[in-house]
Write a protein that binds this ligand. Sequence first.
Ligand SMILES: [Zn+2]
Length: 206
Amino acid sequence: MDIIEKLAEIFKEFPGIGERQAKRFVYFLMSRTPAYNENLSGLILDLKKEVAQCGECFRFFILNNKKEKLCDICSNVNADSSTLLVVEKDSDLESVKKSRMYHGKYFILGGLVPIVEKTTKSRIRIEELKQKISGSKEPNKLSEIILAFSLSPQGDHTDQYVREQIKDVSEKQTVKISSLGRGLSTGTELEYSDNDTLKNALKNRQ
Ligand SMILES: [Zn+2]
């Protein structure tokens, strides 16, 4: 494999990027100055040094000093600890946060459950979610979990899977499980939803 192919293989792993786009990225980089590419590779290296993963919700956040273990939402004492919004990925959390329609806590599942796959457990944080529910207690006791996945067959499948997995522990802890309402139209990615859509989906959760 030559360098063009090697790099294209890497870009192909990026979300939403196909073979042709991956190649276009490589050609784009070839046309840039050495300084441009140096800056880019430096930023990629620094990314891992300057961000950390939150120990509570698992989102990535920028480290202000090297010691923080929790992100700004999880460490915020004013955030409503009674609700937990479960999303697939960081960008979903960001769009809900930006909408200012929700003031509770979050949990990043880390993926959706593929319909055909049998060994899903290792890829999403279902055990961590169960632990979070079973470990919740006064004064920060959870009362509701809101599942907020994309309205796609895979999103629906994940919704069902998570409901089933957390059913027992939620009952034991008297935590209600709800899902985002159908304000989101089918196929809509949470991260691309506008404020009104999100507001309705939250209001109509069931
Ligand atoms: Zn957090």
